[in-house]
Design a protein around this ligand. Structure first.
Ligand code: DC
Length: 229
């Protein structure tokens, strides 16, 4: 069965802190594509679980909450993605450190992944997208036109996060950040359902020794080459 293809899909996967979201947002802007941050969708579920005092490691309890959640994505005038749960704007709340940990735990639950799958595919069916996540090239959009797996060493990612937090006026110990990154990497890549892994047909890009600008240019170059833009 061949379906007529109307839109371009770029899958950008990789571990936390590899710079996916900033690079994807900037690349999408330059290409005029819609940027979809799928981590924010998982974070929205995680925030609801946290707010309701549900144990994020209890699959039955988390699954029971899902039918109550209407998760929607909006785009502000600034073009930035905003997240809503049952109409309430949770864009800021989903970035809380507690929510990061909950997101890593709830995203391992198969019912949560199934709940969000259709929503992600629908978005890619309606626009040219750059979608960033962990399983976009492997599970969500296995037929994506371009697949990039963006990575960097855990130490380099921890250094970047350390600098960002210091600049934001909320410094944290480098050692603590590194342990958290390693923990999330382990959780994300060892779960049974849709673990973080590089798709066989993805271009792997290690940004450990690249600046942000260099990484973005490299990503744009890969996309433009593959899409003949
Ligand atoms: O990219 P992020 O850090 O905002 O993602 C939050 C969590 O959600 C992260 O622990 C991994 C998970 N996630 C996922 O399992 N699948 C995705 N497509 C995106 C994120």
């Amino acid at each position: 069965m061949s379906e007529e293809k109307k839109f371009f899909a770029v899958a950008l996967d990789g571990p936390s802190g590899a710079g996916k979201s900033t690079i994807a947002r900037n690349a999408a802007k330059e290409l005029g594509f819609l940027y979809v941050d799928t981590g924010a969708i998982y974070r929205s579920v995680a925030y609801s679980v946290w707010q309701k005092g549900i144990d994020p490691k209890n699959p039955e309890a988390v699954a029971a909450l899902l039918p109550e959640l209407v998760i929607t994505i909006g785009y502000g005038e600034d073009g930035l993605q905003r997240m809503y749960v049952n109409g309430a704007d949770v864009t800021a709340e989903i970035r809380l450190p507690e929510v990061s940990l909950y997101a890593s735990q709830v995203s391992a639950i198969p019912a949560v992944r199934a709940f969000l799958l259709e929503m992600q595919r629908d978005m890619a069916a309606k626009d040219n997208v750059i979608m960033d996540g962990r399983d976009i090239g492997t599970v969500v959009l296995p037929g994506a036109d371009v697949k990039i797996f963006l990575t960097a060493s855990a130490e380099e990612r921890a250094k970047r996060r350390y600098r960002d937090l210091r600049e934001q006026g909320t410094p944290q110990d480098y050692g603590v950040i590194l342990v958290e990154i390693e923990e999330r990497d382990y959780n994300d890549s060892h779960r049974e359902t849709a673990p973080l892994k590089c798709a066989e047909d993805a271009v792997k890009l290690d940004t450990s020794s690249l600046s942000f600008e260099e990484s973005k240019e490299k990503v744009l170059q890969i996309i433009k080459e593959r899409l003949h833009l």
